[in-house]
Write a protein that binds this ligand. Structure first.
Ligand code: 13P
Length: 250
């Protein structure tokens, strides 16, 4: 199996202030690091520049929470992937379930955004995940499989693609699927990628789990064979919790 660097990614969502960002980043840059673990922070757009400056002397990576599909143009309020790259981002999250719900983003929209990320030289973190009703109906693998098939662009490689599995019902709820359920979905995602891109690419793509990951459950989740990191919301806002999750990586 390919060696995959663990990615511990913090999605701050619409949370931060200048003061909070400084305190949080102070705590993260003091983290001594861990072999085989990459740390990423994804603040809201206005804080990308300041946070980028604060982490510039560290190994912590910078990412954004979404981007527009186009490189420039008349799109008031939107931000191009090229601008993110220009600001020092190396990652961008696309297709988070909150974007899919709040902004009506479809798989096709997400795919176009991921393509934009690749065009700009960024790594796209493509998010997928079922709702509670879909899980209860036994449709999880179908839903996630089709989201991956339709949201991941043709040009994806092990270097420019990360897939995050985030069950919608586990986000911010304190609930998580069982380890067996997480591993089942991750293995299915990797198998889907293998059938489209081949084993070498699929074995190199990192698959993150997201949804109520915290210090107390991180070790078990991160130890799963096809879990290569976490996409963390609430617990990424406290340096102590976020670094504890990073330390829990195998
Ligand atoms: P929580 O960790 O707050 O459940 O959020 C997960 C998430 O949506 C990360 O993108």
């Amino acid at each position: 199996m390919a060696e995959r660097t663990t990615l511990i990614a913090g999605n701050w969502k619409m949370n931060a202030s200048g003061e909070m960002a400084v305190t949080l980043i102070d705590g993260l840059v003091a983290w001594p690091g861990k072999d085989g673990v990459e740390m990423l922070v994804c603040p809201p757009f206005p804080y990308l520049g300041p946070v980028g400056a604060l982490i510039s002397e560290s190994d912590i990576k910078l990412g954004a929470q979404t981007c527009h599909a186009n490189a420039s143009g008349a799109h008031t309020g939107d931000v191009a992937a090229e601008m993110l790259a220009d600001l020092g981002c190396s990652y961008v999250i696309v297709g988070h379930s909150e974007r899919r719900a709040d902004h009506g983003e479809t798989d096709a929209d997400v795919c176009a955004k991921a393509e934009a990320a690749l065009r700009a030289g960024l790594t796209a973190i493509v998010c997928v995940g079922e709702t509670e009703a879909e899980r209860d109906a036994g449709k999880t693998l179908d839903i996630v499989g089709s989201q991956v098939a339709n949201s991941v662009p043709e040009g994806a490689t092990a270097e420019n693609l990360v897939v995050a599995y985030e069950p919608v019902w586990a986000i911010g709820t304190g609930r998580t699927p069982t380890s067996d359920e997480v591993q089942e979905v991750h293995a299915a995602i990797r198998a889907g990628l293998a059938s489209r891109f081949g084993d070498a690419t699929a074995n190199g793509v990192r698959l993150l789990y997201g949804g109520s990951m915290k210090p107390s459950n991180a070790q078990e989740l991160l130890a799963l064979a096809d879990v290569d990191g976490g996409l963390i919301g609430g617990a990424s806002l406290k340096a102590e919790d976020f670094t504890a999750i990073a330390d829990a990586a195998p």
